[in-house]
Design a protein around this ligand. Structure first.
Ligand code: ATP
Length: 233
């Protein structure tokens, strides 16, 4: 479904992604893991059209989407749930959810809002509350609901568990599992490697802008380098 071939990303004169290859098949959950600064977020941003690729090709459902606008990429069926949630703080929960559907022209948005509120009942309780007043965990649920409102084929999650209490992290993990069971294709970046590898069908390990290891979630969980450096055992 998504193919990233020989991708390079630079910030000014400094190249931070040095020619990587990633494949995400339809219905798969794929995780990118690795230390801070290894290049996971830059890769996601290049896929979503938020930073330019300096070389390489990104295709989605066979179409070249390299360096297209963020808007065109959302329209193609890819949405990102960004690091730090980035809900619109002054807008209500309901308005935030509706914003997620801004590229859609069909009429069923009201029923999708209902569906999101069934999935995350807390969002119904908070419907008319400014999103900035929600707790971190509630904002994460809102960010996920807002991303799903675009009816994406591929959902990208950038550090969904960052800064959340352990109980909420477990809830976020269960939510991603449910989204996977809905048949969505998922690309996930997580500092919490244990959670990412539990959820992922396959994963890629990043080090200093390169992919140094890839395999199934189970293979990477038991790989000695991953177990020692990222899982703490
Ligand atoms: P993190 O988990 O901290 O987000 P990451 O694996 O996602 O880490 P990136 O954020 O992609 O890594 O960073 C890769 C490299 O690019 C790092 O060396 C970082 O300092 C650099 N970098 C990221 N964003 C910028 C930017 N806007 N300008 C310049 N350098 C950047």
């Amino acid at each position: 479904m998504l193919t990233v071939s020989d991708l390079r990303v630079s910030y000014g004169p400094i190249e931070v992604i040095h020619g990587i290859d990633i494949e995400v098949g339809e219905g798969e959950c794929v995780a990118l893991i690795g230390a801070n600064g290894a290049g996971k977020s830059s890769t996601l941003k290049a896929i979503c059209g938020l930073v330019p690729a300096s070389a390489g090709i990104i295709t989605f459902e066979g179409r070249d989407i390299t360096n297209q606008s963020g808007h065109a990429i959302v329209k193609a069926g890819i949405t990102m749930c960004p690091e730090g949630r980035q809900v619109f703080p002054q807008m209500t929960t309901l308005q935030n959810l509706r914003m997620g559907a801004y590229t859609r022209t069909d009429a069923d948005q009201a029923s999708d809002v209902d569906e999101m509120m069934d999935m995350f009942p807390i969002l119904r309780d908070r419907a008319n509350q400014a999103a900035g007043t929600l707790s971190g965990g509630e904002q994460e649920m809102l960010a996920i609901g807002r991303a799903l409102m675009a009816r994406p084929k591929l959902c990208i999650f950038d550090e969904p568990s960052l800064g959340l209490a352990p109980k909420i992290v477990a809830e976020v993990g269960a939510t991603i599992q449910r989204i996977k069971e809905m048949g969505k294709t998922i690309l996930l970046v997580e500092q919490n490697s244990a959670m990412a590898l539990r959820l992922a069908d396959r994963a890629y390990l990043f080090e200093a802008g390169e992919i140094v290891l890839s395999g199934t979630g189970t293979e990477l969980q038991s790989h000695p380098d991953v177990a020692k450096a990222y899982l703490g055992h």
